[in-house]
Every structure is written in structure tokens, then in C-alpha cells.
Design a protein around this ligand. Structure first.
Ligand code: ANZ
Ligand code: ZN
Length: 831
């Protein structure tokens, strides 16, 4: 009997799949399409078993859908630009391109060894000119349509990476990558106008039925829609209008001060030359140097300074002092807030700190309290007081009434504000897509003509000390001629955020080698949206939001016919080891290479899938791996044991009714298992329970002592055994494809197992069998009922006691005892 030689088997089948093009997608086929996409990896080095989860799950889905008859597209590529390559280059002296390509090679090898299948003909690499040419093209289209623009902005600056960071890359005031505290800096930067799409991005979340609620909520919060009113306060003296955005117009009569963001342009104009200039500007300077996050954290110290000026509340012409507050953000609302200490806790603390008055305008119905004695802001609902014509009105109604009042008087306007800011895409680094823009002294900002794309990243590069973009030092790159007037001109030296690269790659997979266009509209319209997207929840906000934005922009510009890129989204949980996320820096990585050598890829796949529900984090336990291996060994033994017999036994349909009891039970359980696994794969993705049910089935088959058949009865049993084992192989094939291919062949079939249909269960076979029970009362037959064969005595008796004729016979009598003869009879003795 052959041994389970997993190494040989896995190499054999990986070669076979490659050879027969199992994962090669012919997109002209007239089958239903299924676009299965895993987030393309960043080529950081080598993969560990935690990364494996993502690719293995993707592979299970692709293979399953293949067996379900879909034309499956399962592509892969490399998100290959980015800082680590450049940092490695600075440290180690290798060129970022060389570093990246070396890593791609290593990781590609690992993916192959896992047996995860992709259409490698469609492989894309975002740092190659044939890809980034089209990233630049997308930039140009956005630029032409006013969706890409340049502005001077206070940006997050990481002094250690010497680059700007998107707000999203700042975590607790520190750089997401290197953890250094982030500073503010004024720089001219490129932005994508994603804020124009805030409402669409929010509205269309409702189209994404196949997304986890959690991810949709995170996106909605990030977009942060707020309905409120812009109220026009006036500066005392000049009468200049100073709009404030509030969500609480009902508190307007309670305003006791107004605060400006330190960046507010009106400040300079107001205080320069005034007595308070020095003090105010010093405060502004200090506040602006605090990190954004530091300023806005809930527990951050609120600080401010009086400008010496006053503003007029439009609703009652009261004069209130104008302050500057570090907690007010220039980018939100209007950069100016009305302070209502009685009803906003932040304003309350501010007022107490600077001895500003507290004026209550909302009180619980029928109560009244002394505003100056308040210990904290009153933020509940109530009725209005101290609010002239609005007194006595419930505050929720007053919100509308005051807004309407302001609008009719021309003193304010209802508006919607979003938290979502425009997407800052400039990076002062080398290893990214060059922004295709040229600056000419006469013509100004000139986009590179499409015919001149790609703007190539120069290969010869010298990395400079901190703080310099190396591209700026390459004269051959910087100096060019103006496309409009041919005069000497200079290139933009910023490169794009790598999130731009990854915001459209799923379109490129459809025509990866097309030299004439970034994507083929016809193919996009057939293949999009992606049917199943699989990746880490860490991308729940940025990457997914950016991809949705780019898709929508391309849709509005009529380049594609689809509004949302990803129909279903699955976010897998992390693999943790020793209580921490698996990562190089934690020193707890488990390499797949060692495991594959020792146990084979199928074992690792099985363990990874068995470890727990895939959407949850799971703890990796090395001791669990041999268990998975033992199971595969048992499966192997079970099939191979009868390798000689499969060909000898006929293959007619099994008639369940003619089966002896044990065989019948196995047949039934096999059908139940098909149902269970199909349901698991279609709905919950509980691969772990799916695998457990196969293990259970195999256990029962074990106890069903089948032999190489010598007579017709044994042959019948053997046919049931063969049917069950074949079913197991089909069901397990997406999980552990190599061993299933090998055993499928051993059972006398032609490869590939993936050319077979996913098994269907027999509806009648999954019903538990029923038996008829005779019911007697005092040994006299009174009734018959039908119950499942394996019903417990207790349940059987319950069923008997509610039978109508039994109830009738027992009227006024009491039960003495009940005799149960299983599967046959129940006799109730009464007195
Ligand atoms: C007066 C007021 C009274 C407010 C009250 C709240 C409670 P959301 O819901 O998050 O949109 N605000 C407006 N612009 C701001 C800015 N640029 N920086 C910091 N805070 C700002 O929050 C809207 C509320 O946040 C607004 O409503 C405003 O304070 C403040 F009892 O106005 B409110
Ligand atoms: Zn010019």
C-alpha cells in the first residue's frame, strides 16, 4: 500500500494545474462569471502563515465556484510601490526595484507552494511602467475634470520618514509606520477631490448588501455626515460676517462666546496692529504646532485666547467675545464655532477655565436650574427657556423652528457638513508613481500629454539625507520642456500615494497587457463588480473608500459602467501567536516553508481553515498542525486501502431503499454532509464546522467495516462506501486540493477533480427515517403514529401522550406505568 507522499503529490498537482491551465480564465466563455479577488500583497519579504489565511480562503472560494460551474477569474499582482522598499534601500544599499523584485520572486514561490491558484497570465506589478503609466493616466483624467488640484495646506509631516502623511496614516498623533510624533507643515500639495463624492459614497453603502455591517459603519463614520445650520455672526465694528456651523441651532440663545480655529484667516486681519497682536499670534503659533490629533482628542487640554474683539449674535444682537481655541479645526464646518457652555461639555470646560458666563436655554420640562451653579453641561432633551419667542418649545422642535427663522431673516442657512477631507496624494519620496505635471514659467501648471506617458521614474538614484526628495536632485528628471510652448520647464517631483495605485488595479486584471488603454470598458462592464473581495479589515476604511471613489469618478466620466467595485466583501480575522498579531517585529512568525516541508501544504491549509471561523481572529497553535496531518493520513489510508477494488465494482445508481441499515445510515449522512457544507460555503463561510462534519462522516465510515467485495451484498455496501469517499473528496477538494486530486485519480477517475460538478444532495435521502409505532392503552391497540427511527424514549412518550385517542382513553384515569418497545410499540397501563 502506497504511503502519503505529500511532497511528491503536491509538486505533481501544482505542475498539472499549471500545465492544463486550471486557473487560466478564458473571458469569452458563455458561463456565468465569478470574479474572486484577494487584496494584492505588498511585496515586503516573505509570507508567514498569518498571510496565508487570506490566500487560502480566496483559493477555497475560487475552486468551489469553479465546481459550481462558474467561469472564475482569480488574479494576483503586487502592490509594489511604497516606503519600505525605499527605507530598505537607504539602509541596505539595494535599489528599491531590486529589493521589490527579489521579494516578489520569493513570495510568488510561496504562493505556488501553498497550491493557491491564480491566472498568472494576468499578473500585474504596480511599480512597472506598463502599470503606472495608467495610474498617471487616471491622474490626468481627474485633473482634467477638476478632481485633482493643488493647494497649500497644513499637512502632517513625519520628520523621520521625511514625508507628508495622509490623516489616515497618523495614528494617535504619530506616524503609522515609524511611530515618530507627527508635526504640522505648510506645503503645496496635490489632492483628489473625494469630498465631492461624500454623499454618493455614503448613499451607495446601501447597495453593498454583501459587505459586513461593521465595515459599512466604519465608512459611514469616516465620511461623517452632519446636518446643521450655518449661522452668520457679525464682527462688531466692521460688520463683517463670520459664519459658524452648528448642529444645535436650538441653543443659539445660549451662546456666550465664539471660537476660531488657529488657522482661521480672519485672525491676522483682526489682531495685527492691535494691542493683543503679540499674545494672540504666539498662541496661534503654538496651537498650530500641536498635532491635529493632539488638539482634538477627547481628553486633550482645551486652550484658548481672547482676540480683543466681539461678535454679534444675529438672533438677539447680543455681543459676545471672540476667542481662538485650539480645539476648533479649520477644515471642519466653517472653522468657527459658537460656544454654548450650558449645553456642550467641551464649551463648559472652556468657559469655566476662562471665566466666561454660562447661560442655560434648555431645561427639563417643569424644572429650572441655576446656570452658574451647573457642574457640567446639560445635554439632554428639554424645553427652551431664555429664548424669547421660542420659550416653552421642546428643543428638538426648536432646532427646526430657529433654523427656519434664521433662513427667512437671511441670517443663516441649513447645511450639511462632512468630516471626509480631500485625499492628499503627494508624497515626497522616490519609490512611487511620478505625478505627470510640468511647471512652465509662462504656461504655469501643464499636464503631461497622454502621448508622453509614462513619466518614467529614473533608475539612477542617490538617496539623500533626511528631508529631501531624491527625485528633486536628478536634473535629467527635473529639467524638461513645456509641452505647450517648448520652453525649458520643470517636472513635478512628488510621487503619488500608493493608495492611488491600489485604487484601480482590479480593472487592470481584465486586460493586463493592453498597451492602448488602462482597462477595457467592455470587459469591465462584464466582469465588474468583483463578486467576492477578500482581505484584511485594516483596509476597511482607506483602500476601500479610495477604490469606491475612483470607481465612481470613472463611472461619472463614462469610462466604466459600474458604480461600485466590490459586491461582496469578506474580511478575515488575524492569526495571532502567543497572544499577539503575527509579525516580524513581534518575533512570533510561523513560516509556512518549514511546515510545508514537514507536513505538506494541504496540512497547513487544513489547519488554517480549521482554526476557527475565518472572520474572527484565531490563535495559531503549532501543536494543532499534526492533528490536521493525521486526519489527511486517515483519509489517504481509507481510500488507498481499496485501490485495487474500485475498478472491479459496477457503477449503477444506488437505490437507498434497498440498502442494509448501516449502509443506509452512511448514505444518509453523506447526503446530509453535502447539504451542510454547501450551506456553510454559500452563507456563513464556517470552513471549520464544514471540515468537522467531514471528519465526523469519516469516523462513521471507519466503523462501517467495509471489505473488498466477494458477493452482491458486500458489493452493495462497497458501492455506498465508494460513493461516500468520492463525495468526501469532492467536498474537500477546495480545502485540500492536492491530496483530493491524487485520491480521485486513485479511485479511477481522470483528473482534474475540479472539472467535476459540486455534489448535490438527494433531498429524500437526508430525511431521517420514520417508523410506525403501535400505541396501546391497557394492551388494546388505540392508535398508530409515525416517528423518527432514532427518537428517544422520552420524546416518544411525549408524542404518544398528545395523541387524541390516548387522551380520550385516559380521561379520568391515572397512568400506572408505560412499556416501550423501541421502534415498535408503546403500551400505557392505566387505572
Ligand atoms: C453649538 C453647539 C451647542 C454645538 C451644543 C454642539 C452642542 P458634529 O456633530 O460632529 O458635526 N463644531 C463645528 N465646527 C467645528 C470645528 N471646525 N471644530 C470643532 N468643533 C466644531 O459636531 C458639530 C458641532 O461641533 C457643532 O455644533 C459645533 O458645536 C462643533 F450644545 O455648535 B455645536
Ligand atoms: Zn510653457
Amino acid at each position: 500500500q502506497r504511503e502519503y507522499n505529500f511532497t511528491g503529490i503536491e509538486t505533481k498537482w501544482q505542475g498539472y494545474w499549471e500545465g492544463c491551465g486550471l486557473f487560466y480564465t478564458d473571458d469569452t466563455k458563455k458561463k456565468d462569471k465569478f470574479y474572486c479577488l484577494v487584496m494584492f500583497p505588498y511585496p515586503s519579504g516573505t509570507l508567514h502563515v498569518g498571510h496565508g489565511r487570506n490566500y487560502i480562503i480566496g483559493d477555497v472560494v475560487a475552486r468551489y465556484k469553479m465546481m459550481k460551474g462558474y467561469n472564475v477569474l482569480s488574479p494576483i499582482g503586487w502592490d509594489a510601490f511604497g516606503l519600505p522598499a525605499e527605507n530598505a534601500a537607504i539602509k541596505g544599499g539595494t535599489h528599491p526595484a531590486a529589493w521589490t523584485h527579489k521579494n516578489i520572486k520569493a513570495m510568488k514561490h510561496q504562493l505556488h507552494r501553498w497550491g493557491v491558484g491564480y491566472d498568472w497570465d494576468r499578473e500585474i506589478t504596480s511599480c512597472n511602467p506598463d502599470y503606472y503609466k495608467w495610474t498617471q493616466w487616471i491622474f490626468l483624467k481627474l485633473y482634467e475634470n477638476d478632481l485633482a488640484y493643488k493647494k497649500k495646506a497644513a499637512v502632517n509631516w513625519c520628520p523621520s520618514c521625511s514625508t507628508v502623511l495622509a490623516n489616515e496614516q497618523v495614528v494617535d498623533g504619530c506616524c503609522e509606520r515609524c511611530d515618530s510624533p507627527v508635526r504640522q507643515r505648510d506645503l503645496v500639495q496635490w489632492f483628489f477631490r473625494i469630498s465631492d463624492y461624500a454623499q454618493k459614497l455614503l448613499d451607495d453603502l446601501s447597495l453593498l448588501e454583501g459587505w459586513p455591517e461593521r465595515v459599512k459603519t466604519m465608512q459611514a463614520n469616516w465620511i461623517g455626515r452632519s446636518e446643521g445650520v450655518r449661522i452668520d455672526f457679525r464682527l462688531e465694528g466692521s460688520g463683517e460676517i463670520l459664519p459658524c456651523f452648528t448642529t444645535r441651532s436650538d441653543t443659539l440663545y445660549g451662546v456666550t462666546f465664539v471660537s476660531l480655529a488657529p488657522e482661521h484667516p480672519v485672525i491676522e486681519q483682526l489682531v495685527i496692529g492691535s494691542q493683543r497682536e503679540g499674545e494672540v499670534m504666539a498662541f496661534v503659533e503654538r496651537a498650530r504646532n500641536q498635532g491635529m490629533v493632539e488638539r482634538t482628542a477627547e481628553d486633550a487640554v482645551k486652550e484658548g485666547i481672547f482676540t480683543g474683539m466681539y461678535v454679534i449674535n444675529p438672533v438677539n444682537n447680543t455681543k459676545v467675545p471672540l476667542w481662538v481655541g485650539n480645539y476648533v479645526l479649520m477644515e471642519y464646518g466653517t472653522g468657527a464655532v459658537m460656544g454654548v457652555p450650558a449645553h456642550d461639555q467641551r464649551d463648559f470646560l472652556f468657559a469655566k477655565k476662562y471665566h466666561l458666563p454660562v447661560k442655560a436655554v434648555i431645561q427639563p420640562e417643569g424644572e429650572s436650574f441655576d446656570a452658574e451653579a451647573m457642574k457640567e453641561a446639560f445635554t439632554c432633551e428639554g424645553v427652551l427657556v431664555n429664548s424669547e419667542a421660542f420659550n416653552g418649545m421642546p428643543n428638538t422642535r426648536a432646532m427646526v423652528a430657529i433654523a427656519e427663522h434664521l433662513e427667512t431673516k437671511g441670517l443663516g442657512k441649513r447645511t450639511v457638513t462632512y468630516r471626509l477631507r480631500d485625499w492628499l496624494i503627494s508624497r515626497q519620496r522616490y519609490w512611487g508613481t511620478p505625478i505627470p505635471i510640468i511647471y512652465c514659467e509662462t504656461c504655469g501648471t501643464v499636464p503631461v500629454p497622454e502621448s508622453q506617458l509614462p513619466v518614467l521614474l529614473p533608475e539612477e538614484i542617490e538617496f539623500l539625507p533626511q528631508g529631501m526628495n531624491p527625485l528633486a536632485k536628478i536634473d535629467l528628471f527635473v529639467n524638461t520642456t513645456c509641452p505647450k510652448c517648448a520652453a525649458p520647464a520643470k517636472r513635478e517631483v512628488d510621487t503619488m500615494d500608493t493608495f492611488v495605485d491600489s485604487s484601480w488595479y482590479f480593472l487592470r486584471y481584465l486586460s493586463p497587457k493592453d498597451n492602448n488603454q488602462p482597462f477595457d470598458k467592455k470587459k469591465v462592464n462584464v466582469w465588474l463588480p468583483v463578486d467576492q473581495y477578500i482581505g484584511g479589515v485594516e483596509h476597511a476604511i482607506l483602500h476601500l473608500l479610495y477604490s469606491r471613489f475612483i470607481t465612481k469618478a470613472l463611472y461619472d466620466l463614462d469610462f466604466i459602467g459600474c458604480k461600485e467595485p466590490f459586491h461582496h466583501l469578506f474580511t478575515q480575522g488575524m492569526i495571532i501567536k502567543n497572544g499577539a498579531k503575527m509579525s516580524k517585529s513581534k518575533g512570533n512568525v510561523v513560516s509556512p516553508d518549514v511546515l510545508i516541508e514537514k507536513y505538506g501544504a494541504d496540512t497547513q491549509r487544513l489547519y488554517t481553515l480549521f482554526i476557527g471561523p475565518p472572520q474572527k481572529d484565531a490563535e495559531w497553535n503549532d501543536r494543532g498542525v499534526p492533528g490536521a496531518h493525521r486526519f489527511l493520513n486517515r483519509l489517504w489510508q481509507k481510500v488507498i486501502e481499496f485501490e485495487e477494488s474500485y475498478a472491479k465494482v459496477g457503477r449503477t445508481q444506488i437505490d437507498m431503499q434497498k440498502l442494509p441499515p448501516k449502509a443506509k445510515a452512511i448514505y444518509r449522512q453523506t447526503n446530509q454532509t453535502i447539504k451542510k457544507i454547501t450551506d456553510d460555503l454559500d452563507t456563513s463561510w464556517h470552513f471549520n464546522t464544514a471540515i468537522a462534519s467531514i471528519m465526523e462522516l469519516l469516523n462513521n465510515i471507519d466503523s462501517f467495516k467495509v471489505v473488498a467485495p466477494r458477493n452482491t451484498e458486500e458489493e452493495l455496501e462497497f458501492r455506498v462506501f465508494r460513493y461516500s469517499m468520492e463525495t468526501i473528496l469532492l467536498l474537500m477538494a477546495p480545502f485540500v486540493p492536492h491530496i483530493c486530486e491524487e485520491l480521485w485519480e486513485a479511485m479511477g477517475h481522470k483528473p482534474s477533480i475540479f472539472n467535476n460538478k459540486w455534489p448535490e444532495y438527494d433531498k429524500d435521502a437526508i430525511q431521517e427515517e420514520e417508523v410506525e409505532i403501535v400505541i396501546q392503552v391497557n394492551s388494546k391497540v388505540r392508535s398508530h403514529i409515525s416517528v423518527p427511527v432514532d427518537i428517544s424514549d422520552e420524546n416518544l412518550k411525549e408524542r404518544v401522550m398528545i395523541d387524541e385517542s390516548v387522551i380520550l382513553c385516559m380521561k379520568g384515569k391515572t397512568e400506572v406505568k408505560t412499556i416501550i418497545i423501541p421502534k415498535k410499540l408503546v403500551n400505557i397501563v392505566v387505572k
